[in-house]
Design a protein around this ligand. Structure first.
Ligand code: C6P
Length: 406
């Protein structure tokens, strides 16, 4: 991979040669082709999709539906109508929780999540359990984020109606054993919802092979625009589910007292849709596919390994999670003795390095691991060895700059 050439595709990186961007797990930078695609939609195809009976609106609809097909093939879904466009992974997960939750759950039933969940894949389940009287159960990992067979077998039982799990943790970067979880869930007749917000940008995903029932991800972490997300759902389940939001073109007909809803996928896409965002997401997916996930994985692992080795050498720095770079998916979360993560972030920022500090919207995991807040560096294939070295060098100075002797 020619990284120098790849970086030329990213206007923000080109315009900021002194910036080391290590916050791609929060949102990725966007290649020019994605920016061009969004602009092209508004310059050449802009009309309200799915409504107008004139050529321009039909063009807008075509862009939107083409983007849906690109997503379908990207994740190996059987049909385009199994792809619902949302605003982001959070909205996708809320859609399943509210729509399916009320249909599926009753008192005595159990919903299983892991202790590593991002709040977006926890709060909707807390809410729906409160509403239905179901119980929320937690899969507890070891300190490295590993979920053992025993943990899975003890938690997923005949009482389990649904398992909601992140494929990759946004704090530890550890990949969950989705195949095993799906197998156990099937055995007990439970539905599996996979949060792919942190995995979809970094690894190939085939929903047919994985056999998950639902999968959610955001466009903006995958080089696409903000404001466009995806929910994949199996057709037979989506068809049974009531709409989450109502209004707009999500109907076939409306009377004074009721409505007949539109067929999939439009039943779940109320109001004017984000067609420009979908068109931009299509460009992002094509860009990633052109580079290829094998290449992306190889590069990210090499960079993660370099960063991990560098951090291990620094006294008082503790990296959370596995010792192995390939079990981090480009995410390194750490603490430094005696220094608050906000100060770490400010010091790195003074050196032109952008990282995230805080609880990373995963407070139950922080509590479980016995840390209140942490700093997180997360990389993508556009990062360079020089940037990783600059990050490690800056990290070596943090305690001294905070007034410690070493
Ligand atoms: N995590 C992070 O810095 P949205 O905000 O809807 O695009 O994605 C929500 C979400 C869901 N699941 C996981 C595993 C995530 O990591 C995220 C977003 C960002 O870690 C922003 S908080």
């Amino acid at each position: 991979m020619n990284v120098k050439k790849i970086r030329e595709d990213f206007p923000l990186l080109l315009a900021n040669p002194d910036l080391t961007y290590l916050d791609s797990a929060a949102t990725s930078q966007k290649p020019a082709c994605v920016l061009r695609a969004e602009r092209e939609f508004y310059e050449c195809h802009n009309a309200n999709p799915l409504r107008g009976l004139y050529e321009l609106s039909e063009n807008a609809t075509k862009c939107y539906e083409d983007a849906r097909k690109t997503v379908q093939h990207f994740i190996g879904a059987a049909r385009p109508e199994e792809i619902i466009f949302t605003r982001n992974a959070t909205e996708s997960l809320n859609l399943v929780a509210y729509s399916l939750g009320s249909l599926l759950l009753k008192p005595g039933d159990e919903v299983v999540v892991s202790i590593m969940e991002h709040h977006s894949n926890l709060l909707p389940w807390q809410m729906v359990c409160r509403q239905t009287g179901a119980t929320l159960k937690f899969l507890e990992c070891d300190q490295t984020g590993f979920l053992s067979d025993e943990t899975l077998e003890n938690a997923i039982t005949d009482k389990t109606r649904l398992v909601a799990i992140a494929q990759v943790s946004n704090v530890l970067g550890r990949t969950a054993p989705i195949e095993k979880i799906v197998k156990l869930a099937r055995k007990h007749g439970a539905v599996v919802v996979m949060d792919a917000a942190q995995s979809a940008p970094h690894m190939p995903i085939n929903v047919k092979d994985l056999e998950v029932d639902f999968m959610a991800f955001s466009g903006h972490k995958l080089m696409g625009p903000m404001g466009i997300g995806v929910l994949y759902g199996k057709k037979e389940l989506l068809e049974e589910m009531p709409p989450f939001l109502t209004g707009g073109e999500m109907i076939d007909s409306v009377s004074r007292t009721g409505a007949v809803f539109a067929p999939l996928p439009h039943k779940f896409e109320a109001g004017t849709v984000n067609a420009a965002g979908a068109w931009g997401l299509k460009a992002a997916i094509e860009y990633l596919q052109q580079i290829g996930f094998d290449e992306i994985k190889r590069r990210e692992e090499a960079l993660t390994s370099r960063a991990l080795e560098g951090l291990k050498e620094i006294p008082h720095v503790h990296v959370l999670g596995s010792e192995k770079a390939e079990e981090h998916c480009g995410i390194l979360t750490f603490t430094i003795d005696g220094v608050h993560p906000h100060d770490v972030s400010a010091i790195l920022d003074a050196d032109g390095i952008a990282v995230r500090a805080g609880h990373h919207c995963a407070q139950p995991l922080m509590e479980y691991l016995g840390v209140s807040t942490t700093t997180r560096a997360s990389l993508f294939f556009y990062n360079t060895e020089e940037e990783i070295d600059a990050f490690v060098e800056s990290m070596k100075t943090v305690r001294r700059r905070m007034g410690y002797g070493e």
